[in-house]
Design a protein around this ligand. Structure first.
Ligand SMILES: [Fe+2]
Ligand SMILES: [Fe+2]
Length: 243
């Protein structure tokens, strides 16, 4: 992983972070040359932090914090919990995707951009995790699988070329926006806390798509956009609904 990752926003994060987390180890060693083993261990650490720990977030407040909890019936609470579990798994995947791309991206500015977007995805991860706990359910038991599956896809896309990697981000984020619109419709009517989280996520994902497109993202071949990506997404959402 490039040694500059996570350096720029780190001081702000440590001062204002709304969730406790260990100090990210990759912030502290500027300009060091990492061996392949170093990088491998850092990737494993990052995956564990994403799936089981408290990855570094930005200074933004959780958009649901200011909203009062509504009275939800048991079936409504269960549905909201399942939907937020899916969204949490999506954020785990997003984190894997960006980390994989950052590992193999060729241009330094793109690596940095991937890391900035990854930080915002960690906000989403933390917000979804908090909401899952409030709704009394659990994160997907397949989270490590979602992380490493997406990491592999991201690393492959980055290795093929930056314009394809950016194009993959653009299309992924567009599809995530459509997915979030669907979930916003399906959430229980009074679950304004979950809705606030998803609304902010939708805004951020649209921004990530825009940034990747502006940076030179190429349009992906139709079979990848229309068949492969929706299929992978469907496998994840259907599975995560239950486990
Ligand atoms: Fe996200
Ligand atoms: Fe995103």
């Amino acid at each position: 992983m490039h040694p500059t990752v996570l350096q720029a926003p780190s001081s702000k994060l440590q001062a204002q972070d709304h969730l406790p987390h260990p100090t990210p180890h990759r912030m502290v060693t500027p300009m060091r040359h990492y061996s392949l083993l170093d990088r491998l261990l850092m990737e494993v650490d990052q995956s564990l932090r994403t799936v089981y720990g408290r990855p570094p977030v930005t200074a933004r407040a959780n958009p649901s914090d200011a909203i009062e909890e509504a009275e939800l019936s048991d079936p409504e609470r269960e549905l909201a919990g399942r939907l937020m579990r899916i969204n949490h798994a999506g954020e785990v995947s997003a984190q894997g995707l960006y980390q994989g791309q950052a590992l193999t991206a060729k241009r330094e500015d793109i690596r940095d951009q991937m890391q900035r977007s990854a930080m915002e995805e960690n906000d989403h991860l933390a917000w979804c995790e908090q909401r899952i706990a409030e709704l009394g359910t659990h994160k997907s038991q397949l989270s490590p699988f979602w992380y490493w599956g997406s990491f592999s896809l991201g690393a492959i896309a980055g290795a093929i070329g930056d314009k394809w990697s950016l194009g993959f981000v653009t299309e992924t984020e567009h599809q995530v926006v459509r997915h979030l619109e669907d979930h916003l419709q399906r959430l229980p009517e009074h679950d304004d806390k979950s809705r606030a989280v998803l609304e902010q996520m939708k805004e951020d994902e649209a921004h990530h798509a825009h940034v990747a497109l502006e940076a030179g993202g190429a349009e992906l071949p139709t079979p990848i956009k229309k068949l492969l990506m929706p299929l992978l997404s469907k496998v994840m959402t259907k599975t995560t609904y239950w486990i």
